[in-house]
Design a protein around this ligand. Structure first.
Ligand SMILES: Cc1ncc(C[n+]2csc(CCOP(=O)(O)OP(=O)(O)O)c2C)c(N)n1
Length: 628
């Protein structure tokens, strides 16, 4: 196809193509996508599923005038490639390169910044309402997955939209998958809706429609055999005030163009149900969309290779602790808001299915559900990424902490997360949890301490967060017992003189490196709340200067807690608080980013040189002495 020799630089060029060229374009786009993601890593199976839908939307809608709001935004690589960013795809998720999600500052085609799920209908409704209020003919489209549709926010938005007369289109991209297999009653509903309606339509139209369709047809046939009839009651979406169309085949680009052309002329809230297959066009991803949800680099000719590293990640340490504690205590119940694999809970879900609850992308519900379990004497452990706990802040305060319910929050992905960037950075949790009465906040410095502090947290009669980063730490051997560390106690990790570095979490090891040439004392603080005030008092009197170090925001963080405590003790000595400044962090390689933000041993030296230019270590020749 001639038009493809020069890659499309904008949707305007796309719209100039004859419709019959679109299937070939989809093929080429999919091949480029496979090449691109295999070289950079990134979201894969979700993107393969939305190639045709992306083309059809840009073909029919007058983007960027018309607004496309992608939910989560992890499926927007084809959108990026069609909107002038093809040449930069090799920089995806790297520092200074393209974001893995839509970003308003990256492109005018990225109508709304996303990465946390289930915001698209609200945002697109806001845009549709703005169009109405300003007499603009602009259209707004939200594209949301069936996983993202498990979140309450999507229904809050539909409740609002369905009662408005805004020209809004909600496209449901239904691939019958979240990251893990989908869960919940809604999923069953969508399955029934799809099979019944899809089959009925298919019968009417012709079998051709089904050639590329997901294995729905078989499902539909089974259903028909069971019921011997097709009843098509009003869908839940119609009851909410939308005009429902579908389900249609989301890999039939021409079919979708026709349907969208019709819908785009309609007034009021519209709902289009599109059926896609996660991983479409790459056999291994179709067969195993979970492993291909967000792979690293791989050879497309071979596919993913099994990972060979023997070092445990913090996530795995949590997963093992969870199984061990569950074997030991029958009251343990574990909850994940749709992150079974990411939170290391696959083994638990298999070994303790009755005590495992994937509640869907429903962080608010996950936290209050845990509160209810705790009221009845069970011992809930909520495994949740630091960034996603933000969604459930009121539930944390009002439902858990206020009632002093003993819920353990295993906060994975604390600190910088790397390529996912600012939307996923777990840098706020210390600040937003430590100000809540009855909450405690543990910051393990290594893998074994993580396990021990989980046990400590589990033994408390009040809520505790245990925050740990993505990936591995220094590789400490992890015990197999359930030994707990004492609650709220710090330890001296290195005894020095003059300067004390108070480290929270894995940055302890950077502090220890920096301390060598400074002959500084290093304290492994372990708890951002409660602080070990006895230890702090002792260290405060023995030293002249202090540095606090954490992988969270400075404002309101653990360093702030130290400042408050020193002030209360009447200690007025210089303190440098090191953490993230009052700005969102970037995406990219985590080690590169930590260097950039100065949260390394070298960064500590630099900060001292800037803040205290005349500072000399009390023992000025520690290295020399060692060499001698
Ligand atoms: C609030 C929130 N919780 C969890 C996640 C993690 N997450 C990213 S994609 C995803 C699954 C989304 O499923 P779906 O909407 O069906 O899209 P698909 O990947 O199947 O195309 C989840 C749980 C998130 N992005 N936001």
């Amino acid at each position: 196809m001639d038009a493809l020799r020069e890659w499309i630089q904008s949707p305007t060029q796309l719209r100039a193509l004859p419709p019959e060229s679109l299937p070939a374009l989809a093929q080429e786009l999919r091949q480029r996508l496979i090449q691109s993601v295999s070289q950079t890593g990134g979201h894969f199976s979700s993107n393969l599923g939305t190639v045709e839908l992306t083309i059809a939307l840009h073909y029919v809608y007058n983007t960027p005038q018309d607004r496309l709001v992608w939910d989560v935004g992890h499926q927007t690589y084809a959108h990026k490639m069609l909107t002038g960013r093809m040449e930069r795809m090799h920089t995806l998720r790297q520092r200074g390169g393209l974001s893995g999600f839509p970003q308003r500052e990256e492109s005018v085609y990225d109508a709304f910044g996303t990465a946390h799920s289930s915001t698209s209908i609200s945002a697109a409704l806001g845009m549709a309402m703005a169009a109405k209020l300003t007499d603009s003919a602009r259209k707004s489209v939200a594209i949301i997955g069936d996983g993202a549709l498990t979140a309450g926010m999507a229904y809050e938005a539909m409740n609002n939209a369905g009662a408005s007369d805004c020209d809004l289109l909600v496209v449901l991209n239904d691939n019958d998958m979240s990251i893990s297999p989908p869960v919940g009653a809604l999923n069953h509903y969508l399955g029934e809706l799809m099979s019944g309606r899809f089959y009925a339509q298919a019968k009417k139209l012709s079998e051709q429609l089904l050639r590329n369709a997901p294995p729905l047809f078989a499902l539909a046939q089974q259903l028909e055999q069971k019921t011997q009839q097709f009843i098509q009651p009003e869908t839940i979406f119609e009851k909410l005030g939308f005009t429902y169309t579908g389900p249609i085949d989301g890999h039939d680009v021409l079919g979708m163009v026709q349907v969208l052309q019709k819908i785009s002329k309609e007034k009021g809230p519209q709902f289009l149900h599109v059926v896609t297959r996660k991983g479409q066009g790459y056999a291994q991803a179709e067969a195993d969309p979970v492993s291909y949800h967000g792979p690293g680099k791989f050879d497309p000719a071979v596919g993913l290779r099994p990972t060979t590293t023997s070092q445990l990640t913090f996530t795995q340490v949590f997963g093992q602790w969870l199984c061990d504690m569950a074997s030991h205590d029958k009251r343990l119940v574990a909850i994940t808001p749709a992150m079974r694999e990411g939170s290391g809970m696959v083994a638990f879900s298999q070994r303790f299915p009755e005590r495992y609850h994937d509640v869907g992308i429903a962080e608010q519900h996950a936290v209050t559900f845990a509160a209810g379990l705790a009221c009845e004497g069970l011992k809930p452990v909520v495994a949740i990424y630091s960034t996603f706990l933000q969604r459930a802040y009121d539930q944390l305060i009002h439902d858990v902490a206020l009632q002093k319910l003993p819920v353990v929050f295993a906060l994975d992905r604390a600190g910088l997360v790397g390529p996912d960037g600012p939307t996923h950075a777990g840098v706020f949790d210390i600040a937003f949890t430590r100000c809540i009465p009855n909450m405690s906040v543990a910051c393990p410095a290594d893998e074994n301490e993580c396990r021990q502090l989980l046990s400590t947290a589990y033994a408390q009669d009040h809520p505790v967060t245990v925050r740990y980063p993505r990936g591995s730490g220094i590789g400490t051997p992890v015990h197999t017992d359930l030994q707990a560390l004492p609650f709220g106690r710090a330890e001296i990790a290195r005894q020095g003189r003059g300067l004390a570095i108070l480290a929270f979490g894995p940055l302890l090891h950077e502090a220890l490196k920096a301390a060598e040439s400074l002959d500084a004392t290093v304290v492994n603080m372990r708890w951002a709340k409660p602080l070990d005030l006895d230890m702090l008092q002792q260290v405060a009197h023995q030293h002249e200067r202090f540095i606090t170090l954490e992988d969270g925001v400075r404002m309101g963080g653990a360093g702030g807690a130290v400042l408050e405590a020193l002030q209360d003790m009447g200690v007025h000595k210089p303190v440098l608080v090191m953490g993230f400044e009052d700005a969102f962090t970037e995406h990219g390689d985590p080690r590169e980013l930590m260097t950039h933000y100065g949260l390394t041993a070298a960064g500590i030296h630099q900060r001292i040189a800037q803040a205290w230019p005349s500072f000399k270590a009390t023992n000025a020749t520690p290295l020399l002495r060692k060499v001698v």
